[in-house]
Design a protein around this ligand. Structure first.
Ligand SMILES: [Zn+2]
Ligand SMILES: [Zn+2]
Length: 307
């Protein structure tokens, strides 16, 4: 795995990325060019089209960079079904059409074909957190899948993510729509990638190194780690939490009875919501990642800030 990137330190620009969407080439309702126009109108900068077992190409536009990608099926521990997102692969995954290779074999193929692999929706899939392992070839997992949340309430996979991090495994978390129905199930979840330039190579590099954060709404303006604390500036939020190992962490909540645990609010909006906070890092924690929640319950997730 490449050296970890830090989107809040690295020079460059932010690109809003839709990383999981289907077209009529698999089980989606929009044609590829319709999907491109749809995400461009929704003010995205990058679209990875991830049809099942097939690599879908579409022309990029002035605003929207299209990254041909796919969603492979694979086997996870205990024979659980897995889906593996294959971003930026250079040819069709023909040998995997309707096949279920094990996760390592699928990830190795993605790597051989210039792509970056992420495990999709582990909670929806049904793999138990304790038995899951990603291996070297998989950069991370979908911490949030909007389609799985809309359909079954199983879109959020933070337990899977934290279990991997607590076992010392390095992995990043993306949020994505998994859109199949255009307007109905899109624009809910995305990644803000920090890149030096607007190119497929730069976006893949950001995904491989974790130089991004994920969101369903909140925006992280600034973030730094120093002197045993994490300081963040953000769009107005109700709660900001530093998630670390089990039974640890720190958090601040907005409002007159707002709960504070090892943290302080540095600034608030006129409505009393958090726009800057400082959270203490508990002693001897192996990793730390930040979660933010706004007044509508929308969340943002940073990648591990250290590990
Ligand atoms: Zn899937
Ligand atoms: Zn999908």
């Amino acid at each position: 795995m490449a050296a970890a990137g830090d989107p809040f330190v690295d020079a460059g620009m932010w690109l809003r990325c839709a990383l999981h969407a289907h077209t009529t080439r698999s089980d989606g309702e929009l044609e590829p060019d319709e999907l491109v126009r749809h995400y461009e109108a929704a003010e995205f900068d990058v679209l990875a089209i991830t049809d099942h077992w097939i690599r879908t190409e579409a022309d990029s536009t002035d605003r929207l960079l299209v990254i041909p990608s796919s969603e492979l099926s694979c086997r996870l521990p205990d024979e659980a079904d897995g889906h593996l997102l294959a971003f930026g692969i250079d040819e069709d995954p023909l040998e995997f059409v309707r096949a279920r290779p094990d996760l390592a074999a699928a990830a190795a193929w993605v790597d051989e074909h210039g792509g970056v692999a992420y495990l999709a929706h582990p909670y929806w899939t049904g793999v138990s957190p304790g038995g899951l392992s990603l291996g070297d070839g998989v950069a991370g997992l979908e911490v949030y899948n909007a389609g799985c949340e809309l359909e079954t309430g199983r879109g959020l996979s933070t337990v899977h993510w934290d279990d991997l991090l607590e076992r010392g495994l390095h992995c990043f978390g993306i949020a994505a729509d998994d859109s199949h129905h255009g307007d109905l199930d899109s624009r809910f979840a995305w990644v803000w990638a920090r890149v030096a330039e607007r190119s497929q190579a730069a976006v893949l590099q950001a995904l491989a190194t974790g130089s991004f954060y994920s969101s369903t709404g909140p925006v992280v303006h600034e973030l730094r780690v120093d002197d045993g604390a994490v300081e963040v500036r953000c769009s107005p939020c109700r709660r900001v939490t530093l998630c670390t190992r089990r039974q640890r962490g720190s958090s601040v909540s907005a409002g007159p009875s707002g709960y504070r645990h090892r943290g302080e609010i540095l600034s608030e909006s006129d409505a009393g919501e958090i726009t800057a906070a400082r959270l203490q890092i508990p002693p001897r924690v192996p990793f730390g990642r930040l979660e933010l929640v706004d007044e509508y319950g929308r969340k943002a997730w940073t990648n591990p800030l250290w590990q």
